[in-house]
Design a protein around this ligand. Structure first.
Ligand code: 5GP
Ligand code: ZN
Length: 113
């Protein structure tokens, strides 16, 4: 838990979010500024700055983020989807609490910008 972190505030319930899923380790919620018709985020409740800050022993939590994201995509009518985890400002990270984007609902071009 980090006092200033926006996503920790969402986990605590201090800031509202449209939640899709929650358990003791994970939270998933719709992105406030969707980049595709379907765009949600999956985060660990444990505060980790980004994928570059994962430690040995965090394999289970990052695996759970990916698996739950894929399951929620299927449940929400998104058979084809893209998973994105930005690390660092130059890569597009704006919230420094590890989060995986799940994007779909339209054709997605490659390479990304
Ligand atoms: P990043 O750019 O760090 O990879 O992704 C951060 C994401 O968080 C962005 O897609 C942004 O729209 C989303 N976001 C930022 N603030 C909020 C918020 O208060 N609520 C929700 N639901 N999403 C947010
Ligand atoms: Zn946090």
């Amino acid at each position: 838990m980090s006092e200033e972190c926006l996503f920790c505030k969402i986990i605590k319930g201090d800031i509202p979010a449209r939640k899709l899923y929650e358990d003791d380790k994970l939270l998933a919620f719709w992105d406030i500024a969707p980049q595709a018709p379907k765009h949600f985020l999956v985060i660990p409740k444990q505060h980790v700055r980004g994928p570059g800050a994962l430690s040995p022993g965090d394999e289970e939590i990052i695996g759970a983020v990916v698996r739950k994201g894929a399951e929620l995509a299927a449940e929400n009518g998104i058979p084809d989807f893209r998973l994105v985890i930005n690390n660092g400002a130059a890569a597009g990270q704006t919230v420094f609490h590890l989060h995986m984007h799940v994007l779909g609902g339209r054709p997605l071009s490659w390479p990304p910008g």
